[in-house]
Structure formats: C-alpha cells, structure tokens
Design a protein around this ligand. Structure first.
Ligand code: APR
Length: 312
C-alpha cells in the first residue's frame, strides 16, 4: 500500500475506524494512543483478522507519533466521549487540550496530511485543530454530516420499510441538538420526505435524528456511538484517497458560504485527493435559513468558550 492513514486515539471510534478502513484496503494504518500496549494490541488483533477477509494492509499500533510519519490522512478521535446526561459541549475543556496536542504532534511527522476530526464538540474541535495547525481549510474537515444523515436515513428506513439504498437524507449545521435535517430535500427514490411521510412521523424522525447521539449514550451508559461515526470517517477517507470528487455532508471552515464565516459548520462538501474541493450551496427556504442560523449561533458560542480556554 502506498497510502497511509494514522488514527489518533485507539479507543472505540479509533479502533473501529481502523476496522472499517482495513476492510476497504485503501491504506496502511497506524493507531496511536497514550495507553501503553493498547494500540499495539488492537493493531495486532486487527492485523490477524486480515488473512480471513483477504486484505493486504499494514496495521501498526504505537504510543509514539513517530509511527505516523508520512501519513496522507490523520484522523483525530483522541479525547473523552460523553456519558449519560452530558452534552457534547461538556467535553470541551478536556478535549481541547487533547486535540490541540494531537494535532501538533501529528503535523510534526506529516506536514502535508489531510486531517479529519471526530472528537467532540466536533465543529469546535475542528476549528481548534485548524488554528493550532495553521492548516489551509482544504486540509481539515470534521466528520458529522455523514453520520447525522445516516442516522436519519436509518430512521426513515425503519418507518417506511424501504431499502436504505433508496433513502437520501441531508443533515446540515452544527453537530449538536440544533442540527438541521433538510426534510424537503431528503427523499426516497426522488420523492421528498415531505410528500412521502405524514408531518407528525417526519417530525418524530427529525427529532430522533437531532438527538441520535444522545440516544446511544443513554443506552450504552459508558461511552458514545462508534460504529456509525467511524464508518462515516472511512467513507470520507476513501473519497479523498481515491480522488472521487464525492459530495458528502461534513464540517468545513466557512468563508462566507451560507452567509457564515470563520467557523466550522456542516455543509455539503466535495472531497477529492486535495481534501475539500468545493462547498455546495443549496438555495434554502426561510425556515431552513432560520434553523441554520440557530445552529450557527450554538457553534459560535462553543467556539467562543473554547477561545477563552485555549490560546490560538
Ligand atoms: N493522544 C492519543 N490518544 C489519546 C490522547 C492523546 N493525547 N488522550 C486521550 N487519548 C485516547 C484515550 O486513551 C482513548 O483510548 O483517546 C481514546 C478515546 O477513546 P474512547 O474513550 O473509547 O472514546 P471514543 O468513543 O473513541 O470517542 C472519542 O470521538 O465521537 C467522539 O464524542 C466522542 O469525543 C469523543 C471521541
């Protein structure tokens, strides 16, 4: 393999990201964590699964960032996850330090890498990593939209019984309870959800999507979701490495798009080998615009709190 992806944080999301990526056979993989032996053990276990699934990639675990040298993509999952009763914002103080350090250490060995941030609060952590790493916006994205949209697709499939393959959903905005599921644009085989579903059912799906992360946290009790967030990262990484020019919802640094600037926010982005190629701008109706503004206010507040804690 010529491509290399390093995953910082080998906990639930980090190791599951490695799993989904190994199955795709698109890059050699490195897992880094501060816990001694853990990334090495998980990497070896994953490596030993590869003969069974017939995939030839290298998987290495380390406590040293030197192992990440020359990475094409760095995925940051390091940090603490939510416990029941916590919002993503409650993680800010702890995770800001961890994400800042991880970004600096990873950049030392991979100055040209494209970064994908998964640590929460997502939009704020992506902003922090960009500023600390002095990264151009093309080379840093946050994963949230693929996950939030997939949750909505899953809920629509549960409600309608239609194949998930026929269901396209678009969730924009910040990765928090104010996120904005676009119900008019989301569709089942071309039929808008607003036509397909009665208003009360659609509203229930929107609400469940917005609280999708919290639903899992309250069930797991000891951590947060990891299968869906990590396969979302794998899809983004594959789009980048294969230069697919694939349009996906993700958190990107806005410079005037959607009337917003100097913040990360979930928008449709086109991904290719250079990372962010383009931000797609939808023509939104007044309700959608108002919802996005509310979500943007929540993200701006979070960035403000972070700026009062960390010098960037
Ligand atoms: N460098 C590397 N790894 C670190 C560091 C650091 N400075 N600090 C913490 N870690 C590691 C922890 O040791 C742990 O193994 O990050 C890992 C996080 O794993 P989990 O606790 O299992 O959390 P996870 O479910 O993976 O969630 C991580 O992603 O989705 C978000 O909200 C979630 O912010 C959370 C993050």
């Amino acid at each position: 393999m010529t491509a290399k992806i390093s995953i910082i944080g080998a906990g639930m999301t980090g190791s599951t990201t490695a799993h989904w990526l190994a199955e795709r056979e698109i890059a050699d993989l490195v897992l880094v964590d501060i816990i001694e032996g853990m990334p090495q053990g998980k990497a070896l276990d994953l490596l030993e699964s590869l003969p069974i699934i017939g995939k030839d990639v290298s998987v290495v675990g380390s406590n040293d960032f030197e192992a990440t040298k020359g990475s094409d993509i760095v995925v940051i999952t390091a940090g603490i996850p939510r416990k029941p009763g916590m919002s993503r914002e409650d993680l800010l103080t702890t995770n800001a330090k961890i994400v800042g350090d991880a970004t600096t250490s990873a950049l030392k060995y991979s100055p040209d890498a494209i970064f994908i941030v998964l640590t929460n609060p997502l939009d704020t952590m992506a902003y922090l990593a960009m500023k600390i790493g002095k990264l151009p916006r093309e080379r840093i994205l946050g994963q949230a939209g693929v996950l939030d949209s997939a949750r909505m697709r899953a809920f629509v499939a549960l409600e309608t019984g239609v194949s998930v393959e026929n269901i396209d959903c678009y969730v924009l905005g910040g990765h928090g309870d104010e996120m904005v599921p676009l119900t008019g644009r989301s569709n089942i085989a071309g039929v808008s959800l607003r036509e397909y579903l009665p208003a009360d059912k659609l509203e229930a799906i929107v609400n469940r999507t917005r609280k999708g992360g919290g639903e899992i946290v309250s069930l797991l009790k000891t951590g947060s979701a990891y299968y869906a967030p990590s396969v979302a990262v794998a899809q983004m990484a594959e789009a980048i490495l294969k230069d697919k020019h694939l349009i996906l919802p993700a958190s990107a640094y806005l410079q005037g798009e959607y009337g917003l600037k100097e913040m990360f926010f979930g928008v449709p982005v086109q991904l290719g080998r250079g990372g962010l190629e383009k931000i797609v701008e939808y023509k939104l109706d007044a309700d959608e615009k108002a919802a996005l503004e509310k979500s943007a206010a929540a993200v701006k507040e979070s960035i403000g709190v972070m700026q009062s804690l960390v010098k960037i």
